[in-house]
Design a protein around this ligand. Structure first.
Ligand code: ADP
Length: 273
């Protein structure tokens, strides 16, 4: 992937794309998955939701995607064309799950074509966009391969290409690299960051890794469990492009320490409830 130098995230951040306003979610079994979560997501932000298991990260992400409604509070899409998540038309939201969830019987091309196919776009008409998405993730040479022929990291790249093919205005990623080995995970972090720096997407990224959240994010939202809630927000003002220089810097260490302390207090907070 060849990429241009980029602006720092503060220059990319723009008008609000979506706001969670005092959102709570209680499941029918009585579990309070989220309590009074408020968060404004600006255009061009890379936000990580960081917290221990069970603090409601996935629940928040799924509600942003329109997969489930808040029990109270609301999710507001200020642009009139985006008035509710469940009304999303093509291209509004891309979702990447922890597992690549590819169709094993279909080629890489057909897997990435799927969201456009569901919109009635023919294979021929979709080809330029599918190939563009595959090129972004460095897999254009593998369009005719089958998932079984790919490594775990490559499968995840296909999954990302499938989320990008509709050119979403917001990309929601639920621990996408958690199942990968450390080296592959690092490579995918770097590639995702390069793409974000180049295209200025808006990304909400769920993770429980302090290091990953500091490396990638412009803002870290720290959450605690029982009940799931936001306990801290950390702006990561380090410049872009980020790479090994940032990863080995004093600033990176300082941000990691700050986020770790916050996460520890999140775990401590849960233990005392
Ligand atoms: P995280 O992503 O931070 O690990 P989740 O959002 O998956 O947390 O879950 C938050 C809490 O809600 C957990 O206690 C989980 O067990 C519970 N939960 C999630 N989904 C459901 C569901 N469909 N029904 C009941 N409880 C759920």
């Amino acid at each position: 992937m060849s990429l241009a130098a980029s602006s720092p995230p503060s220059a990319l951040s723009g008008r609000p794309i979506v706001r969670l306003e005092h959102v709570s979610k209680t499941f029918s079994n009585g579990t309070i998955a989220l309590k009074d979560m408020s968060l404004t997501i600006g255009a061009g932000e890379f936000i990580s939701l960081l917290g221990p298991s069970g603090c409601g990260k996935s629940t928040a992400l799924r509600m942003l995607a329109g997969l489930g409604e808040p029990s109270s509070g609301k999710i507001v899409w200020p642009d009139p064309a985006e008035k509710s998540a469940s009304d999303k038309s093509e291209g509004e939201i891309g979702f990447v799950f922890q597992e690549p969830t590819l169709m094993p019987w279909a080629t890489v091309f057909k897997n990435v074509w799927l969201p456009l196919r569901l919109k009635g776009i023919s294979q021929a008409a979709a080809r330029p966009r599918v190939m563009e998405a595959l090129e972004m993730v460095g897999l254009d040479k593998f369009a005719d391969s089958y998932p079984r022929e790919l490594s775990g990291g490559m499968k995840m790249r296909v999954s990302i290409a499938r989320a990008l093919v509709t050119r979403p205005r917001i990309l929601l990623m639920d621990e996408p690299f958690a199942a990968l080995d450390e080296i592959t995970r690092q490579k995918l972090n770097d590639d995702l960051l390069r793409l974000w720096e180049q295209f200025g997407w808006t990304i909400v990224f769920v993770t429980h890794s302090v290091f990953e959240s500091v490396y990638l994010s412009s803002r870290i939202v720290v959450m605690a469990a029982r009940p799931g809630r936001v306990i801290d927000e950390i702006d990561v003002d380090a410049p872009h492009p980020r790479g090994i220089g940032f990863r080995t810097s004093q600033a990176y260490g300082d941000y990691c320490r700050r986020a770790s302390e916050s996460l520890l207090s999140a775990i401590g907070a849960a233990d005392h409830l």
